[in-house]
Design a protein around this ligand. Structure first.
Ligand SMILES: [Zn+2]
Length: 267
């Protein structure tokens, strides 16, 4: 088929339609997940998702139009317009948090990938296939999201119990064991310290320092840079002898590419 103005337009319209369908599927999935978790301010959260979806679609539509117009200009022998690509920002906190999850996985498993659940009463050795996540408090709480103590191996059953979805008794029981085991695994009062930090985050007396690793520090660019390098080193060391799974990303490569220019996402 010969390329015409109309065929180009049709092509990009179809492409946008597929993007639209995909975004709508994503939205539906997110809303269902929210409903399943029995969230308190459900309506507000769904509104937030909708706003984000609309903004994203608007941007995609504009991108499609730009590409389409350029293609038409080319067809008509006119010079194409050059658009500046928006530079992606590298979020160092997100990067470290993800790297720490892998490090915690390596820390909590033996050479064959066996591990213990942090919130089981019984000391049961689980196989690697059951490995799950494991935050005591949400990763959204910035001042403890980079704290070692907040991430521990937890089994699927316990993980499911601690979703806020109704059975408060079971949830409290599981979290109580989690806290008791935190004190054994790390240090006395670890669970209490985590809880206090978490509470302070939502109060006016918020301490601007974060628990980074196991130290209370201001989340400056320098501190985060150093911690990222520490975590990369730890990652390399902890892989020693572990063959049961592969690194989820090439952390060093990502770091080398972005370490000179990154953003710190503070409160
Ligand atoms: Zn468990």
């Amino acid at each position: 088929m010969k390329k015409t103005k109309e065929s180009i337009k049709l092509k990009w319209d179809k492409y946008y339609e597929s993007i639209y369908a995909k975004e709508m599927r994503n939205r539906k999935q997110k809303v269902e997940q929210l409903k399943e978790r029995n969230q308190l301010d459900l309506e507000k959260k769904i509104n937030g998702i909708d706003k984000k979806t609309i903004a994203k679609l608007k941007k995609k539509r504009a991108d499609c139009d730009r590409h389409m117009l350029n293609e038409i200009r080319k067809l008509e022998g006119k010079p194409q317009r050059v658009y500046k690509e928006k530079k992606k920002t590298f979020n160092i906190v997100k990067f470290i948090a993800e790297l720490m999850q892998e490090n915690a996985k390596l820390r909590d498993t033996d050479l064959d990938g066996n591990w213990y659940c942090i919130s089981h009463v019984m000391v049961t050795l689980f196989p690697r296939s059951m490995l799950q996540w494991w935050h005591r408090w949400s990763r959204e709480i910035k001042n403890i999201c980079l704290c070692f103590w907040n991430i521990n191996a937890q089994c699927k059953d316990c993980n499911r119990t601690t979703w806020p979805r109704g059975n408060k008794v079971e949830e409290e029981k599981t979290n109580a064991i989690y806290d008791a085991k935190l004190d054994i695994k790390y240090w006395n009062w670890t669970a209490e310290k985590l809880r206090l930090l978490k509470d302070s985050y939502f109060k006016n007396d918020y301490d601007w320092r974060w628990m980074i690793g196991d130290k209370l520090l201001y989340p400056t660019k320098e501190a985060l840079y150093k911690f990222a390098e520490d975590q990369l080193l730890e990652n390399r060391l902890r892989w020693n002898g572990k063959t049961f799974y592969k690194p989820s990303q090439n952390w060093q490569k990502i770091w080398d590419k972005n370490k000179s220019d990154f953003i710190v996402n503070e409160k």
